[in-house]
Design a protein around this ligand. Structure first.
Ligand code: NAG
Ligand code: NAG
Length: 337
């Protein structure tokens, strides 16, 4: 409770000091969920052990994925609904997240709707709870453990050519390490996507190594809270900057209490945009030097390109677009004008 009270106090005091009129921030007990999870070293029923990382396979719906201990992942190949020749997406959640959270449900539901994929989740919640510094310093070891699992699957027949690693926040750096681990064993991952890769401790690389353009054959990044929870600068081969890539993204509140659910709004737009790209959203962008030039129309001659799952693997550079404030976020060509 002391956390609640302290934060409320700070919020109320800072609001009244600013002389702002509306002290009625839309907070609920859920707002503090992420903060409370940093006070818990490990989720209920899990252990802080690398062997307790779980790979979940989503084949029919988002409520009942099948779970495999990471070191037993080869059993997945015997599952009739797993087709090793199909493209496979491996999604990694961020800090203090659970597989039952909206982020994972939104992304897996979108892949199920799109169809044609083996959908795997890297559930590393057992190492993503507790103190941020500890989780960030574990990123490389989690990434290596995941690399070993992927390499077992590939040896068992999984098509490496169809593999796409998609990570949000700290999960983006985990999968960067996975891709490097595999590349060191001559298994080059075709595509790695970072959804607003975590900023604190990675730029500069104090706690861990950030994902980079060299980690996979194609590395694309979607920035939505640059310099906040997300990477402050380009970190892939193709970097996308919807609405300048920063907070506050359209539809997010400008005044929030730090680290509450509402405060993650911009950071979490990254997976919302990604999910929308899977279910038909046309998030069209143009390459430009910076957002100001883009807004002033100086890049109108640049070709339209897709942000999201349909992004062309040959792209490189910085790409800009605008989105709507709520779902559906994509504005098609209008977003690139
Ligand atoms: C979800 O999947 C589980 C296990 O495959 C199944 O038992 C359940 O009926 C499914 N639910 C829906 C709504 O399809
Ligand atoms: C991860 O794997 C890389 C390359 O295989 C190795 O150099 C590094 O020491 C490993 N790191 C950890 C934390 O296991």
């Amino acid at each position: 409770m002391d956390v609640f009270l302290k934060i409320f106090f700070i919020a109320i005091v800072s609001l009244s000091c600013d002389g702002q009129r509306e002290p009625s921030l839309p907070l609920s007990t859920d707002s503090f969920r992420q903060i409370l999870r940093t006070k818990v070293p490990v989720p209920v029923g899990r252990s802080i052990s690398f062997s307790d990382i779980i790979i979940r396979h989503y084949s029919t719906n988002t409520t009942k994925p099948r779970a495999y201990r990471i070191r037993d992942v080869k059993r997945l190949l015997a599952e009739p609904t797993f087709d090793p020749q199909r493209p496979t997406v491996l999604y990694a959640h961020g800090f203090v997240e659970l597989y039952t959270d909206e982020s994972v449900r939104t992304v897996t539901r979108a892949y199920l709707k799109k169809g044609g994929y083996n959908i795997l989740l890297l559930d590393w919640s057992n190492l993503a709870f507790g103190h941020y510094v500890v989780s960030a310093m574990d990123v490389e070891a989690v990434g290596n453990e995941t690399g070993r699992a992927v390499s077992r699957l590939v040896k068992g027949g999984l098509s490496l050519g169809g593999l796409h690693l998609v990570g949000h926040s700290l999960g983006a750096h985990v999968l960067g390490a996975t891709a490097r681990y595999l590349a060191a064993r001559e298994l080059v991952v075709p595509r790695l996507t970072g959804l607003d890769p975590a900023y604190p401790g990675f730029y500069p690389a104090l706690l861990g190594r950030p994902l980079s353009a060299e980690d996979a054959a194609f590395v694309d990044v979607v920035h939505t809270d640059a310099g906040g929870f997300g990477a402050p600068a380009s970190t892939g081969r193709a970097d996308f900057w919807p609405n300048e890539g920063k907070a506050k993204q359209p539809g997010c509140l400008s005044a929030t209490v730090p680290l509450t659910y509402e405060d993650f709004c911009s950071h979490w737009r990254s997976w919302r945009y990604w999910a929308e790209s899977l279910t038909g959203g046309e998030l069209l962008a143009r390459r430009c030097d910076d957002y100001d030039s883009f807004v002033r129309g100086q890049c109108r001659e640049a070709p339209l390109v897709q942000m999201g799952v349909k992004a062309n693997h040959e792209l490189s550079g910085n790409f800009y677009l605008r989105t709507a404030a709520k779902s559906p976020f994509s504005l098609g060509e209008r977003g690139a004008e």
